[in-house]
Design a protein around this ligand. Structure first.
Ligand SMILES: O=C(O)[C@H]1O[C@H](OP(=O)(O)OP(=O)(O)OC[C@H]2O[C@@H](n3ccc(=O)[nH]c3=O)[C@H](O)[C@@H]2O)[C@H](O)[C@@H](O)[C@@H]1O
Length: 385
């Protein structure tokens, strides 16, 4: 009896235990299912976050591209003055994509005129005037002035010609054609439309000058068959043609004899002293100074210091017909035009250095670093210009 009662008691206890155990197991099961569910949820959320950030990584540069595109559609041009029809001139600038021409383009555009740039891009570059492309007052024509040009304009600035020795000596006959035939064509155009023409001439019309400084009435000292003659004589005949058209045809002409200039937008391969020295100093190469010209040596030292370069200064033999000394006598220009240079040497050099540093970076990014080369005459090659 006792044993039966004991068994019932034990089994009752066990049933309760079993129930308890079952309850606990059920709870554990529910908890684990819930846990898994929560885990999966958070994994899913994590996954969603990861996907979202991946999408963001891809989309953000696209958004940036769209913003750039939007900006380019609403492109802001440099500020342009409004000129009435009466005051607004139609101006042709030959060589307007070059170093000097593109700055003139900026000035005349900002003054509110309609500017047509004509350039064959031998030394000029589209980059120099790209900020005006699309502007209603601006037009860019790829044309060689050796070919006639028929357009209607009020003024002509005739700058088209290579201007640095390596460039104009590259193809001397082409340089002669550009200055002779090109200037003839522009004067013919000026005559037909009654436009005033300004010729960009050069200090090289003085050759290796025998007077110092050089004034407008000095006739010059040019070797007519030397390596620089294509440019020197080309510009001299261009000047002669301007005054012949003035006297014979009544064309209004102006001649500006530009001395050695330098600054932003100068071509990397220009080959003149300032760009050569700056590029050499920036690239840690020797500055090739002329021994006879003390001022050139000073110049080399100044550029070296401004660049902060470790380049040495190297003395080479001088180039044939290289002018020994040149300095403009600007008294007349000052008196009649109230003109005188306004940018001090160091400021101008710093601007040029800043520009060339950027150009070197640009070239390096495009895997091409040109080095200024000394001028040389190419022999035995047929050209078809
Ligand atoms: O050989 C001559 O006897 C004549 O040469 C020129 O007259 P022309 O050859 O008719 O030429 P221009 O009108 O002066 O024009 C010179 C060049 O400019 C070019 N041109 C003319 C006009 C124009 O709009 N665009 C243009 O490119 C023509 O190719 C032309 O060959 C002189 O102007 C005349 O005085 C001279 O008598």
């Amino acid at each position: 009896m006792v044993s039966k009662a004991l068994l019932r008691l034990v089994s009752a206890v066990n049933r309760r235990r079993m129930k308890l155990l079952l309850g606990i197991a059920l709870l554990a099961y529910v908890a684990s299912v819930w846990g898994n569910f929560v885990n999966m949820r958070s994994m899913q959320e994590n996954g969603e976050l990861k996907i979202e950030s991946k999408i963001e990584e891809i989309v953000e540069p696209l958004r940036e591209k769209i913003r750039d595109l939007e900006k380019s559609f609403t492109q802001k041009y440099p500020p342009v003055k409004f000129l009435s029809e009466k005051d607004r001139k139609r101006i042709l600038i030959t060589g307007g994509a070059g170093f000097v021409g593109s700055h003139l383009t900026d000035k005349l555009m900002m003054d509110g005129h309609e500017v047509t740039v004509v350039d064959n891009f031998f030394t000029g570059r589209k980059r120099n005037v790209e900020h005006w492309i699309g502007h209603e007052n601006f037009e860019l024509i790829n044309h060689d002035v050796v070919e006639p040009l028929y357009i209607e304009v009020d003024q002509i600035y005739h700058l088209a010609s290579p201007a640095s020795p390596p460039n104009y000596m590259y193809n001397p006959i082409k340089t002669l054609k550009t200055n002779a035939i090109g200037t003839l064509n522009m004067l013919g155009l000026a005559k037909r439309v009654g436009a005033r023409l300004l010729l960009a001439s050069t200090s090289e019309v003085y050759g290796d000058p025998e007077v110092h400084p050089q004034s407008e009435d000095y006739w010059g000292h040019v070797n007519p068959i030397g390596p620089r003659a294509c440019y020197d004589e080309g510009k001299r005949v261009a000047e002669t043609m301007c005054y012949a058209y003035m006297k014979q045809e009544g064309v209004e002409v102006r001649v500006a004899r530009i001395f050695n200039t330098f600054g932003p937008r100068m071509h990397m391969n220009d080959g003149r002293v300032v760009s050569n020295f700056i590029l050499q100093a920036l690239q840690g190469e020797p500055l090739t100074g002329n021994p006879e010209e003390h001022t050139i040596l000073e110049f080399a030292q100044l550029i070296k210091n401004l660049v902060g370069s470790g380049s040495e200064i190297q003395f080479l033999s001088e180039a044939q017909d290289d002018p020994q000394k040149r300095k403009p006598d600007i008294r007349k220009a000052k008196m009649m035009l109230a003109w005188e240079p306004v940018v001090p040497l160091e400021e101008g050099l710093n601007k040029a250095i800043h520009y060339f540093r950027k150009e070197l970076e640009y070239q390096a990014n495009n895997q091409y670093i040109p080095k200024p080369k000394p001028a040389r005459i190419k022999k035995g090659r047929t050209r078809h210009n």
